[in-house]
Design a protein around this ligand. Structure first.
Ligand code: ADP
Length: 563
């Protein structure tokens, strides 16, 4: 057997290949620049708003970096991030103890990244388990620990107020982690690019024009808070363009509201608030939109994954079905060939044993030999019947059984079958009765109908104890032929009924009374009935008796008869 070797990396998410790419110099440069710029921007924002908790964004970028790069690169990521942030502090003229504050951001990133990476949650960030762990670590544990440690450090070095600083730091870190890290983890550059690809650009511009409309309304009707409409607009953009769309929507809303605040003009309806309060509102607004975008995006992502899984399962089921059909066809072909090959020598065994038994060419000399020849003949006939059943079954399964349509006088045929069984029924101490509704001719395959009736009759006789009775009914009308064989035998337990009709199924419950059999009788009946487009039904009461009925639609007409 040939086995294809598929490398394991094929099954890993694409992030597996990205991790290794961190140490390239342009990436390190971009990372350092992002941390430095955000540090400077956040400090200036804090100052312009006169000390309030802004989003402390550089920490979130360091966290993102640890989540994305391999653990081998963590020391480098921490050193570069820490240095870039310290330089940012120095660049805006912070004094020495403040330049040590980045150490607490590094600790924050490690506290978040370690559990996420240990549990491999960063690979699929939008799973509920990943999001919950991230918000527990990034929204609570890390900011509280590092925020108060930083406040304690400042209190020790500069004597500033511990509690006030502590709460400010915790809020700033938690808000930034809650907003920026999930955004960075979920938005793919490719998705951003695709939004403006030829197939999507018209739709994207249409959705973005909603933002323009909101901004125009906000500028024209200054006293009405049209900015609230950024919220549904961002959710809509997420629906249509995924996380990338949601991120753009959130950014447009946040930046639009923030710029006038920073320019000292105030935006829209909240002009009357202090600048500090306005920035707080914008931040809260951005966090709420960002979080909603994340949830909507996660739900969509989940649905897409489910759909993909479903499609893959469907595909696999089709492949499996094809394989099963091929195997079944091969089995049927094998059985058909084997049965054919067995029949030829068996006919010789049957024919010659019969000749010997009848002593046609002279006496055998010993009574025992005569008996043996008789038994060989009996056994040969039984084997031939069995092989015939197997051959028929495999032909039906392989779709090779061909019906010969002719007009069949059903009462004559049923009567013949009963005659054939009369001897066996008498030996078993059973009475045979019939209930036919007169002479009726139906289009059917005579051999198949005969086999159906004989199989049902032989089961009824086999599974009915002495003193019981077997009744054959036939009814033609309403466009169908109804044949049934009822007995007063051992019956079938209800839980076993459903199993019957499949090849080689024999019930344990009736094994004691069954002298012989292969479990092919009912399967053959069902197969032959279905070839006539009919149905087979088994009704039985445990210990009381069984009725097996078959219903065959009567589709008359030359086309059907010629088929
Ligand atoms: P076989 O008779 O060769 O075992 P069948 O397919 O004809 O195989 O029947 C399958 C099983 O269904 C039998 O072994 C028996 O357990 C049960 N069965 C069929 N017909 C009857 C009946 N009339 N009464 C009770 N059990 C029956």
């Amino acid at each position: 057997m040939v086995q294809a070797h598929i490398p394991m990396s094929k099954f890993l998410p694409s992030i597996g290949t990205r991790r290794g790419s961190f140490p390239s110099w342009p990436l390190i440069g971009a990372y350092a620049l992002a941390v430095f710029t955000l540090t400077v921007a956040c400090i200036l924002l804090t100052r312009s708003a006169n000390r309030l908790p802004p989003l402390w964004l550089p920490g979130a970028v360091i966290t993102y970096c640890l989540l994305r790069t391999s653990r081998r690169n963590w020391p480098l990521a921490l050193v570069v991030g820490g240095l870039a942030e310290a330089l940012g502090h120095l660049a805006v003229g912070d004094k020495m103890p403040f330049a040590f504050l980045p150490a607490f951001d590094l600790l924050e990133a490690v506290i978040i990244a370690v559990p996420m990476r240990l549990l491999h949650l960063e690979r699929d960030f939008v799973r509920p388990r990943s999001l919950l762990t991230f918000y527990a670590a990034g929204g609570l544990l890390a900011p509280i620990t590092c925020g108060f440690l930083a406040a304690f450090f400042l209190n020790m070095t500069t004597g500033s107020e511990f509690l006030v600083n502590g709460f400010v730091f915790v809020g700033a870190k938690a808000l930034a982690e809650a907003l920026l890290t999930p955004l960075l983890m979920t938005v793919r550059w490719r998705a951003l690019r695709d939004m403006f690809s030829r197939s999507q650009i018209v739709g994207t511009l249409l959705y973005l024009s909603i933002f323009v409309a909101i901004i125009v309304l906000e500028e024209v009707f200054v006293t009405y808070p049209f900015a609230f409409f950024f919220f549904p607009a961002a959710v809509l953009l997420t629906f249509q363009r995924g996380f990338a769309g949601g991120a753009i929507g959130t950014t447009i809303g946040g930046v639009y509201l923030l710029i006038p605040v920073l320019l000292g003009q105030g935006g829209g309806g909240f002009k009357e608030h202090t600048v500090a309060a306005q920035i707080e509102i914008v931040q809260a607004f951005a966090v709420v939109i960002g979080f909603s975008v994340l949830l909507v995006g996660a739900a969509l992502d989940r649905r897409r994954n489910l759909e993909r899984g479903l499609a893959e399962a469907h595909e696999a089921a089709l492949v499996a079905r094809d394989a099963a059909e091929t195997a079944s066809r091969a089995k049927s072909m094998f059985l058909a060939n084997m049965s054919h090959e067995l029949r030829t020598p068996l006919n010789a065994v049957i024919g010659f044993s019969e000749l010997m038994h009848s002593e046609l060419y002279g006496p055998l000399g010993n009574q025992r030999y005569r008996d043996y020849a008789g038994q060989i003949h009996e056994a040969g006939r039984h084997l031939l019947d069995l092989i015939g059943d197997i051959l028929d079954m495999s032909k039906i399964e392989a779709g090779k059984y061909e019906l010969v349509w002719e007009e069949v006088a059903i009462d004559v045929l049923a009567g013949d079958c009963m005659e054939l069984m009369r001897d066996r029924a008498a030996k078993a101490g059973l009475t045979l009765a019939s209930d036919f509704d007169g002479y009726q001719v139906v289009p059917a395959d005579r051999r198949a109908l005969k086999q159906i009736l004989l199989n049902l009759l032989s089961n009824a006789v086999k599974f009915t104890e002495p003193g019981g009775g077997v009744t054959v009914r036939s009814e033609v009308g309403n466009g169908r032929l109804l044949l049934s064989v009822s007995d007063t035998g051992v019956g079938i337990p209800p839980e076993e009924l459903a199993r019957l009709g499949n090849p080689f199924v024999q019930l344990r419950s009736t094994a004691a009374v069954s002298q012989q059999g292969t479990g092919l009788g009912l399967a053959l009946v069902r197969g032959l009935v279905e070839m006539h487009d009919g149905t087979m039904r088994i009704e039985s009461e445990d210990g009381k008796g069984t009725t097996v009925s078959v219903e065959i639609p009567l589709r008359q007409g030359p086309a059907r008869l010629a088929a």
